[in-house]
Ligand binder design. Structure first.
Ligand code: SF4
Ligand code: SF4
Ligand code: SF4
Length: 467
């Protein structure tokens, strides 16, 4: 008879405890599989050991869809990107989101505090699934947040527009100087962490732009606080996102302006706890300051959306003209395929573009980039299936219908984009006003200070396996 530690995967001849991590050893049978290892201080997810049926599905997803591989006997700690894909795939809820919504309740009851919620586009096309309401539930979601006690409810598409103002300008600078190409998108913290751990030699290729929530958090604690004359210490900024990895992002030194991240599934819990009848709620509108973003900001939730929004702005930066209808519906970068490629010529610039969801799908490309075997100018990487619409903090659904569900959410965001009059960030009057009165211009000293970040080599986590 053989025994195995389901955490470290070390095998033993006798029963007892693992000499590495102290877990009780399991008898090896044909069906025994190992779960992912979740550290106690994991900011994104939790694992409840007693519920686990050792089906191994989480580990399969983590290794084969996300792309996390490491040797636990050599690594310094469990390697995790905090993406929550294992949570969506665990059949018995042994894995869950690391809930933080309870902590917010105290602040919601504190009259000194000004509670500001800002919601990512992928939330409004998924929240209704929790309550049997189809479609985009923006109005009901805003109303629910007001009923929960938030003083201001803002749209993170504003932060997405800001990201694109900066990221397209940064790309143009790099194209002119022919340096640090390809530029990688940086709005997915799981992807950023992957690069910092597995390919730290490429971190200069990451855009230095903070993600939309971290840009919006920074603007809320500066511009918004000054305009409304509310001391920033009294503001509690809560990002409502489809993403568990954002819970990690806001712990990083440059991203501390957002106080809490609450996922779509947590927001549904808050609504249930308050006993709100979501399906029959009236509709309400986002608050008028930093009211909303362009269509480009809306499609950030879809794989290919950041690329499309960025190309719309880049086209305007290079030509001074508005993008034509082909660029407002950039077919080649849309759709559920894991890997999409496109080329585009804008005056003298001919760009090779690559869009990937599922980090595992970029690994070969990264190795080719390191060996100068391929040339790309701009690469968008999102960890989750279909982009943030398939994030680990979205409602739990039927595993076999994950693609179908993500495709419905994707279609809803493209529909919202095409219905909007303002399709590109540089046309958004609130963004124009923010630059005019506060930031100056993209990549200005103030913009760099508030909206950009730095990356660090985290490869030592892998121990002897470090690249
Ligand atoms: S959160 Fe993501 S990276 Fe971490 S164990 Fe789960 S699937 Fe793997
Ligand atoms: S998916 Fe859930 S039940 Fe299956 S091994 Fe992982 S934690 Fe355990
Ligand atoms: S794709 Fe979106 S939801 Fe998924 S980890 Fe990245 S930022 Fe979070």
């Amino acid at each position: 008879m053989k025994y195995k530690c389901v955490v470290c995967e070390k095998e033993y001849e006798n029963s007892g405890r693992c000499s590495i991590c102290g877990s009780v050893l399991e008898e090896v049978t044909e069906n025994l599989k190992t779960p992912v290892l979740v550290a106690k201080d994991n900011p994104g997810i939790r694992r409840i050991e007693e519920r686990c049926i050792k089906c191994g599905r989480c580990k399969f997803i983590c290794q084969n869809q996300v792309g996390v591989k490491y040797d636990l006997l050599k690594a310094k700690e469990a390697v995790c990107l905090y993406c929550g894909q294992c949570v969506l795939n665990c059949p018995v809820a042994s894995l869950t989101v690391n809930y933080s919504y309870k902590k917010i309740s105290d602040y919601l009851n504190d009259t000194e505090k000004v509670m500001v919620a800002f919601t990512a586009p992928a939330v409004r096309v998924a929240l209704g699934e929790e309550f049997g309401v189809e479609g985009n539930v923006e109005g009901k979601m805003v109303k629910a947040l007001k009923e929960l006690g938030f003083d201001y409810v803002l749209d993170t598409t504003f932060g997405a527009d800001l990201t694109i103002m900066e990221e397209a300008s940064e790309l143009l600078e790099r194209l002119k100087k022919k340096e640090n190409l390809p530029q990688f998108t940086s709005c997915c913290p799981a992807w950023v962490r992957y690069l910092e751990i597995y390919h730290p030699n490429l971190i200069n290729n990451l855009s230095t732009c903070k993600s939309p929530i971290s840009m919006q958090g920074a603007i809320i604690k500066s511009y918004f606080s000054e305009m409304l004359e509310i001391p920033k210490e009294n503001i509690v900024a809560v990002a409502i996102t489809p993403c568990t990895s954002k819970k990690y992002e806001i712990t990083l030194p440059n991203n501390r302006d957002t106080d809490f991240v609450v996922t779509t599934s947590e927001l549904a819990m808050m609504i249930r706890e308050k006993e709100l009848d979501f399906a029959n709620l009236e509709e309400a509108e986002f608050d008028s300051i930093m009211r909303r973003g362009s269509g480009g900001g809306v499609i950030f939730g879809n794989s290919g959306g950041v690329m499309e929004a960025c190309i719309r702005n880049l086209y305007h930066l290079i030509t001074g003209k508005d993008p034509d209808k082909n660029l407002l519906r950039f077919k080649e970068v849309r759709g559920y395929k894991n890997v999409k490629e496109a080329t585009i010529k804008i005056e003298d610039y001919e760009l090779n573009l690559l869009i990937i969801h599922g980090i595992v799908n970029i690994e070969d490309v990264l190795q080719k980039i390191e060996n100068n075997e391929v040339h790309y100018d701009f690469i968008e990487v999102m960890n989750c299936p279909g982009g943030c619409v398939g994030g680990g903090g979205q409602p739990l659904g039927v595993v076999s219908k994950q693609q179908e569900t993500a495709e419905k959410r994707i279609a809803l965001l493209y529909e919202e984009d095409s219905d909007l009059k303002i399709r590109s960030c540089y046309q958004n009057q609130d963004i124009i006003d923010l630059y005019k009165s506060y930031l100056g211009e993209p990549l200005s000293k103030k913009s760099l200070e508030l909206l950009h970040t730095k990356y660090v080599d985290r490869s030592d986590i892998l121990g002897e396996e470090a690249p």
